[in-house]
Ligand binder design. Structure first.
Ligand code: GLN
Length: 298
């Protein structure tokens, strides 16, 4: 399956709008599958590390709902998919109040990050990392400070979105500190096995697959998985739901976190992206896997 998907990567382009991402190895392709009995199966360049980028949006959404409650979070961010790109500013002005459409686009994720408890950037980032450590069972995971700095220094669009929402009272608190927290959450460095285990925790309704301990309340895991289906692949979520038909969340580093409810967590990685910002070979690999093993949730 990996060798069938690999040639497609040549059609894509590695993200370079964040300078630190431009150095990614375009040849890398990896997959890991975490299942209850067989533990973790993997293939390809499984040791390659990459940053979470937009995949972090599902972690921070879970944490913000745990911290601030469902009602407050969804008073600031909507639940509807969008046909616009993930970093679009266009719809904000037409929404009254200028509430972002959903937590998976950048505007929505910036609001979500602002709702995480903590007095300082370090405290908030520390709490996000703790949740990542719990979900991956990998306490060695940290942040690529080089990629975080490179994004923070070039975040003109995310800065514009933030100031617009601050002006309209959707974001409270310090805009720069929130951007710093956001760029650090995006720069958390993982491999595809880590993604697969996060997927498995969500597949298990928020429970640790080894110990059964609740990491995320099941109603929050359900909300997160629903957003993965409706908005997880940006403005390609509809096509992905038809062709692959399992919850997934992608990031511009080329990672995709996916899962089959109750059964498995899946992590894939291949940096070259299509025009909507999804990993071309990663999507193909998930499509082959889903059709071969009949994984569709529908
Ligand atoms: N850090 C990236 C950004 O804000 C994440 C976007 C993505 O992965 N789609 O632009």
């Amino acid at each position: 399956m990996v060798s069938r998907a690999k040639p497609l990567a040549n059609e894509g382009k590695v993200a370079d709008y964040i300078p630190g991402l431009a150095n990614a190895n375009p040849e890398a392709l990896s997959i890991a599958i975490f299942q209850e009995d067989e533990k973790c199966l993997s293939a390809g360049d499984v040791e390659e590390k990459f940053t979470l980028q937009s995949i972090s949006k599902i972690i921070t959404l879970a944490l913000a709902i745990m911290d601030a409650g469902e009602e407050k979070v969804f008073s600031r961010v909507g639940m509807e998919p969008t046909g616009d790109p993930f970093n679009s500013i266009a719809k904000l002005e037409s929404m009254v109040p200028s509430k972002p459409l959903n937590p998976m686009i950048n505007a929505g994720a910036l609001v979500v990050t602002s709702l995480i408890s903590g007095e300082t950037v370090d405290e908030k980032v520390g709490r996000i990392l703790t949740l990542v450590h719990d979900m991956t069972n990998n306490p060695t995971i940290g942040i690529s400070h080089e990629i975080a700095r490179s994004e923070y220094e070039t975040s003109h669009l995310n800065r514009a979105l933030s100031h617009f929402m601050k002006q309209h009272g959707v974001i409270e608190g310090d805009v720069e500190q929130n951007l710093e927290t956001y760029t650090k959450q995006c720069s958390i460095e993982v491999d595809c096995k880590d993604l697969a285990r996060i997927g498995m925790v969500l597949a298990k309704g928020g429970k640790d697959p080894d110990t059964g301990r609740e990491i995320i309340p099941s109603y929050i895991a359900r909300i997160v998985k629903t957003f993965m289906v409706t908005c997880g692949m940006y403005n390609a979520s509809g096509e992905f739901a038809i062709k692959v038909a399992i919850p997934a969340k992608s990031g511009v580093s080329g990672g995709i976190l996916s899962l089959v409810p109750n059964e498995m967590g899946i992590g894939v990685f291949s940096p070259p992206l299509d025009q909507k910002g999804n990993s071309i070979a990663g999507v193909k690999l998930l499509e082959i896997l889903s059709s071969h093993f009949k994984l569709s949730i529908f």
